[in-house]
Design a protein around this ligand. Sequence first.
Ligand SMILES: Nc1ncnc2c1ncn2[C@@H]1O[C@H](COP(=O)(O)OP(=O)(O)OP(=O)(O)O)[C@@H](O)[C@H]1O
Ligand SMILES: Nc1ncnc2c1ncn2[C@@H]1O[C@H](COP(=O)(O)OP(=O)(O)OP(=O)(O)O)[C@@H](O)[C@H]1O
Ligand SMILES: [Mg+2]
Ligand SMILES: [Mg+2]
Lengths: 256, 256
Amino acid sequence: MPRIIAVANRKGGVGKTTTTVNVATAMAAAGKKVLVIDLDPQGNATTSMGIDKKGRMASSYEVLLGERNISEAIVWTEIPNFSIVPSSADLAGAEVELVDQPHREFALKQAIEKGAVNYDYILIDCPPSLSLVTINALVAANAVIVPLQCEFLALEGITDLIRNINIIKKKFNPGLELQGVVLTMYDKRNNLSQMVEDDVRSFFGKKVYQTVIPRNVRISEAPSHGKPVLLYDFKCSGSQAYISLTGEVLKREKEL
Amino acid sequence: MPRIIAVANRKGGVGKTTTTVNVATAMAAAGKKVLVIDLDPQGNATTSMGIDKKGRMASSYEVLLGERNISEAIVWTEIPNFSIVPSSADLAGAEVELVDQPHREFALKQAIEKGAVNYDYILIDCPPSLSLVTINALVAANAVIVPLQCEFLALEGITDLIRNINIIKKKFNPGLELQGVVLTMYDKRNNLSQMVEDDVRSFFGKKVYQTVIPRNVRISEAPSHGKPVLLYDFKCSGSQAYISLTGEVLKREKEL
Ligand SMILES: Nc1ncnc2c1ncn2[C@@H]1O[C@H](COP(=O)(O)OP(=O)(O)OP(=O)(O)O)[C@@H](O)[C@H]1O
Ligand SMILES: Nc1ncnc2c1ncn2[C@@H]1O[C@H](COP(=O)(O)OP(=O)(O)OP(=O)(O)O)[C@@H](O)[C@H]1O
Ligand SMILES: [Mg+2]
Ligand SMILES: [Mg+2]
């Protein structure tokens, strides 16, 4: 069975998609067989990999509702060892449709077990909410990576998120672990970033990765070229940080 | 009846809360009686105004579910003419609880009509989703302001959002208008911002406000002081931009 990692945070725009896509790319480059599941109706992970969302027979929506086997939705990317289950706009309706289903929290876990077992890692990009869609990702996952933007408002929701992860662990998924918290969009020009880093490290201790992702315009340019920043500009500070982060993620995987 | 403006965009971290809080503050300073409704379970608007979320008898959650009259949830802020309905973490559960209610899309509209009619303006801060909670805001609203971050990924979801606004207009709220699109976090140091601005103005034309909100660290520092940036640092570029934006918003209100 693959190791399944959810990348989650209810706060919006903190780097969930960017982290999912670039950690997956670095893992694939390290020879791991990786599948990304795009669970966000916006489909930013799908677009970031240059995959078209329209005209697909199956997306993460049909997989979540059990209408299609996950193997029918999997698409190759231009990167060896890296496949993706694209999202679709229909996913916005999944919440209301899942509510009345028995075992609604286990829909994704069951779908993965039925048809996506030949991977080393599965990374799940979550939408900015704690809805049933995100709950499905947390129930299916072995570990969670939480991107945390170096902003005051981003700090606010983090204890709520950790509490919810623990509720899911107790009720549905005893094996779920917080693998780590990664600081993103760190801007060395302003004191706020340093303040947030100090706060987060004193609160979460070793759970915080040593690697901090800097604010780097090459990262935000990359999606318009349909490529992860690791392919768009390998030498930039953003790419180097994601390579270093992936090293830490893989090291923690061995220790867990 | 007050004019009701929803501030919405499914994309996360684009400046919805920052726009809500600062436009409301500038309106209050211009002598308008303003109520902000925080519909985001994260409660960033509530915190940005220095209001404590815990220990409240009533929040936007109880109001939405019809358990409390909105007048019981309204709290004064330190700014004259500016009141707020705080959010609470319980709001995360509102989606599932609203699903089976008759007229579930009209819950907020009915709550406002029952107890919040003595305002000039009501601004609603929406969460980063198109869930029933956001739909309630769009059904109750006369107009929508869409903050659009100057990033490629933020462009991607905008046509989806406009399509959804038109669906709500047709099915539930014929009076709903897109008041305008405001470009946020514009960074003159990188070309991406200029590219996004050119794209957005050619696509949306006059709907885009002339005022562009610059990326400005004073804006992200203000919430840690429990104040809108207009009070935290009146002279900074962020505050001046929000004052100018509010002028445009009020001018468009007269013309609608
Ligand atoms: N380190 C960085 N430096 C500069 N820009 C970044 C960085 N990380 C992400 N971005 C940009 O910031 C925006 C938000 O990032 P991203 O979309 O990955 O966040 P998210 O948490 O997935 O958002 P959402 O909550 O909408 O799903 C994107 O436009 C992205 O390109
Ligand atoms: N013009 C700006 N310049 C610098 N920082 C900004 C600006 N506007 C907002 N911010 C900061 O960026 C972050 C995101 O803004 P905000 O929380 O207002 O967005 P949002 O769309 O409400 O997010 P969410 O989708 O999570 O509700 C916050 O930390 C905020 O302080
Ligand atoms: Mg995302
Ligand atoms: Mg917000």
